[in-house]
Design a protein around this ligand. Structure first.
Ligand code: GDP
Ligand code: IMO
Ligand code: MG
Length: 431
């Protein structure tokens, strides 16, 4: 029986995690975010309405589920409250269902400012961040100077910490923009005011999750970003600043790494990336197929509205992600976007002066040339199909090829953005 399931992106994010979380929600009791912040954008469809969650777990729409933000999540209270207000319209009051760890670190306005100013002033080293202050907030966390949720309830400590932070940040900000300094008293008042609004949500994530596990209830750990954006395992330095792979769960929540019963990996049937950094199978918006995939897949960032870069599926990277995250099953999404193509390519190897082992160790992907296999495309649509038997043989061949290349079964196939547009071959949460 599966009591703990992790769900994470196997590529560079935006694999369709939100939709899959929503689909599994009927069989889970608790949902936990363990890393990242409001840089995430997880889309799901509630009734006819398209909803994007940035910080709240995507299961929050389901009234039977208790939702958690663990200590590994960096929280902008402005972003959190605005999301709670927006969600109020269609899910009502979530005060009883959302718990935020005392140990979570806060994103302060100066983190956001410096993230944006730094990106603007960079030329060759631009990361293409979401500008949400994520990097600077995590720098403070490892630098042991973060303001954590618990600090909001000790005004003396809060003041000292803010003073120390402004010593650093006002100095940094001044280098870029003289007139954008932060004022200590204003910031202190704002934090204290927000502390009151936050109070009903603050709680003990570790003991709650422990209780769910003892009661044999099902807990879902919702990853944000994707494995290739993990700051340790991904395409450094073009990564985010958290551990977006399985390893982030233990430290980002406070559970043992051995406690995940099932690791579900989400991958698109092709690849996308937002922001800078190497992308061996990129097609480019000027290529006919790249343009077609971007248009049909509506590949526009759910957080920043930037166009996503598109390319073929990279099975070298995908099988590496499968290995690193002990993936038990893959959910392959957006296969419908490939409907109607003459041929479909999958990258199965690289041509480079380095071996694949060296490439994956260093993630030095900028000079590799992809080696592809070319498969026949299919003309009969897969869009909206919900039974495996209804898929055409060519699409089935494509799916089986991916399983063979990645060494993990494709247990679910998503054929459209709605919950119903899903083929379930082997349900991860079967009783
Ligand atoms: P996430 O960050 O992994 O949750 O993914 P995003 O929400 O950023 O982006 C995925 C986009 O693809 C969203 O607009 C979804 O509505 C959409 N989507 C998800 N699954 C499918 C699918 O199977 N087919 C199509 N056409 N769209 C999908
Ligand atoms: P979801 O959860 C795709 C990318 C940014 C940038 C890099 C660093 O929706 O899959 P950051 O602001 O985190 O410092 O930016 O990471 N990035 C994402 N790309 N999906 C995401 O989240 C992302 N979150 C961050 O574009 O390249
Ligand atoms: Mg997204």
């Amino acid at each position: 029986m599966v009591n703990s399931i992790s769900l994470l992106g196997l590529q560079w994010g935006d694999e369709g995690k939100g939709k899959v979380v929503d689909l599994l929600s009927k069989d889970i009791h608790a949902a936990v975010r363990y890393q990242g912040g409001h840089n995430a954008g997880h889309t799901l469809i509630v009734g006819e309405k398209k909803v994007v969650f940035h910080l709240l777990p995507s299961s929050i729409c389901h009234k039977h589920i208790k939702c958690y933000l663990g200590r590994g999540v960096v929280i902008s209270l402005d972003a959190l409250f605005s999301e709670i207000d927006d969600a109020f319209e269609f899910i009502g009051d979530i005060r009883e269902r959302l718990v935020i760890s005392y140990a979570s670190c806060l994103i302060q306005p100066y983190h956001i400012k410096i993230d944006q100013l730094r990106e603007r002033s960079r030329s060759g080293t631009k990361i293409g961040t979401t500008g949400r202050g994520i990097g600077p907030a995590y720098e403070d966390r490892v630098g042991r100077r973060s303001i954590r949720v618990a600090d909001l309830y000790d005004p003396k400590v809060l003041k000292v910490k803010l003073e120390e932070a402004l010593d650093i940040y006002n100095f940094l900000i001044k280098r870029h923009a003289e007139d954008q300094q932060e004022d200590l008293n204003e910031l202190l008042d704002k934090n204290l005011e927000q502390a009151e609004r936050l109070r009903p949500f603050v709680g003990n994530v570790i003991s709650d999750i422990k209780q769910f596990q003892e009661d044999k209830k099902t807990v879902l750990f919702e990853g944000a970003q994707g494995v290739l954006l993990d700051y340790s395992l991904g395409t450094y330095p073009f990564v985010t600043s958290s551990n977006s792979s399985l390893g982030g769960i233990a430290s980002g929540v406070g559970i043992s790494p051995t406690q995940i019963d099932y690791s579900l990996g989400i991958s698109k049937a092709y690849t996308t990336r937002v922001g800078e950094g190497p992308f061996p199978t990129e097609l480019g918006h000027n290529s006919e197929i790249g343009h077609l995939i971007a248009k049909k897949g509506e590949e526009v960032g759910a957080t920043t509205g930037r166009l996503r870069r598109c390319g073929w599926l990279d099975a070298v990277l995908l099988s590496h992600s499968v290995y690193l995250n002990g993936i038990n099953g893959i959910c392959l999404t957006k296969i419908d976007v490939l409907d109607g193509l003459e041929t479909i390519k999958i990258c199965v190897d690289y041509s480079s002066s380095l071996s694949n082992e060296e490439i994956l160790e260093s993630m030095a992907l900028s000079d590799v040339q992809p080696i592809y296999i070319e498969l026949e495309g299919w003309q009969e649509p897969t869009a909206g199909i919900s039974r495996f038997e209804d898929l055409n043989d060519t699409a089935v061949f494509f799916i089986k090829k991916i399983e063979e290349l990645c060494g993990a079964p494709v247990v679910m196939i998503s054929t459209g953005p709605r919950r119903e547009d899903t083929i379930i071959r082997e349900y991860p949460l079967k009783k």
